[in-house]
Design a protein around this ligand. Structure first.
Ligand code: NDP
Ligand code: GUE
Length: 296
């Protein structure tokens, strides 16, 4: 029987720490500002936006959501981003993925000022991450939140065999960079990984991180006994329930540690987004946050 990783509780502790910092920032006359742009009505993004709005206001982060319908022109978005880049009350800009097909996602990612790039999507920030650069720069919140979660649970990555399934710029790729920087041996799997190879790699994995959007892709039969299993997937089923990419019922008896869906990675993503927003605000306004302030 696996121990459950309570993402909700860890996220709560992280949000409390962010709230404290936001209070310190407000004493210096700074309110962290976050702008979220949502184009169209992707269901996972809807959940994210809803939860984020609630969490931000409680943590002392000034969040605004800017909604556009799915037909909105690319120029309209680029003009809005330029406006937000120039707006000193906005410290962090996030454009929800995916954007509709007629919009060039790469153009959008490069339009956001690297200093306000709260998702860490800009090539400058991705480059820093992949080069393992020191100093502060924003890193995608889901993988960063997973690192916080693993540290909180005492899971050390150095020398471990880590398998990541999914290679998006939002989750899999930054997760790969962070895990290898933490001295793990990392495999990055995707749609073209044959099923038998996936199974073989999973059988040897100490830590498994799944981010595909394919419900039930990983089952207990794939896992090594005692493995740490991090389920990023958010899949809405026909009956309205929310499930991850891991078949929880079969995986839970085999795993050593496992995240539930909901209540695992999702709340950590939100809390880490607020953390990054507060850090960017501090940076923009020359306020020094206490070293290790985010330690929970
Ligand atoms: N809980 C949270 O905080 C968050 C949850 N999510 C959720 O995580 C999931 C993934 O999100 P995201 O990374 O943005 O999704 P993307 O659709 O951008 O990427 C999915 C990745 O999974 C790979 N993949 C798809 N099918 C398979 C398969 N059968 N076998 C192996 N790999 C496969 C794709 O491979 P290829 O590259 O070859 O196409 C791709 O690399 C979604 O359910 C999303 O809602 C996302 C962000 C945060
Ligand atoms: N630019 C960008 N950055 C993102 O980080 C991003 C994105 N686009 N597009 C969509 C995905 C998805 N995502 C979620 C984050 C939290 C929950 C979340 O809070 N989940 C709760 C759900 C609770 C519920 O409502 O039932 C949980 O898992 O417990 C869900 C989904 C971020 N994403």
């Amino acid at each position: 029987m696996a121990k459950l990783i309570d993402g909700k509780a860890i996220a709560k502790a992280l949000r409390a720490s962010v709230t404290e910092q936001a209070t310190r920032l407000s004493e210096a006359g700074v309110v962290p500002g976050l702008a979220v742009i949502l184009v169209g009505d992707d269901p996972a993004s809807e959940i994210y936006v809803r939860n984020k709005e609630r969490a931000a206001s409680k943590a002392g982060v000034n969040a605004q959501t800017i909604r556009y319908d799915a037909e909105t022109a690319e120029e309209t978005l680029l003009a809005k981003i330029a406006e937000l880049n120039a707006d000193t009350s906005v410290d962090a800009i996030l454009v929800q993925s995916p954007v509709p097909g007629h919009i060039d996602e790469h153009k959008i990612q490069e339009a956001i000022s690297p200093a306000k790039d709260v998702d860490g999507f800009h090539p400058e920030n991705i480059g820093r991450l992949y080069a393992n650069r020191e100093g502060y720069y924003p890193i995608a919140n889901t993988p960063r939140g997973i690192m916080t979660m693993l540290a909180h649970e005492g899971v050390k990555l150095a020398g471990k065999n880590v398998v990541i399934i999914g290679r998006s710029i939002l989750v899999g790729r930054p997760m790969f960079a962070l895990a290898q920087a933490a001295d793990a041996t990392v495999s990055l799997l995707h749609r073209y990984t044959p099923d038998n190879l996936r199974h073989e790699l999973l059988q040897q994995a100490d830590v498994v991180i799944v981010a595909t959007g394919v419900a039930g892709l990983v089952t207990g039969a794939d896992l090594k006994a005692g493995a740490t299993v991090i389920d990023v997937g958010i899949n809405r089923m026909a009956d309205g329930s929310l499930v991850g990419d891991v078949d929880f019922a079969s995986a839970e008896p085999v795993a050593g540690l496992i995240t539930p869906v909901p209540g695992g990675v999702g709340p950590m993503t939100i809390a880490t987004l607020l953390q990054t927003t507060a850090e960017l605000a501090a940076l923009h306004h020359g306020v020094t946050l206490e070293a290790g302030w985010q330690t929970i």
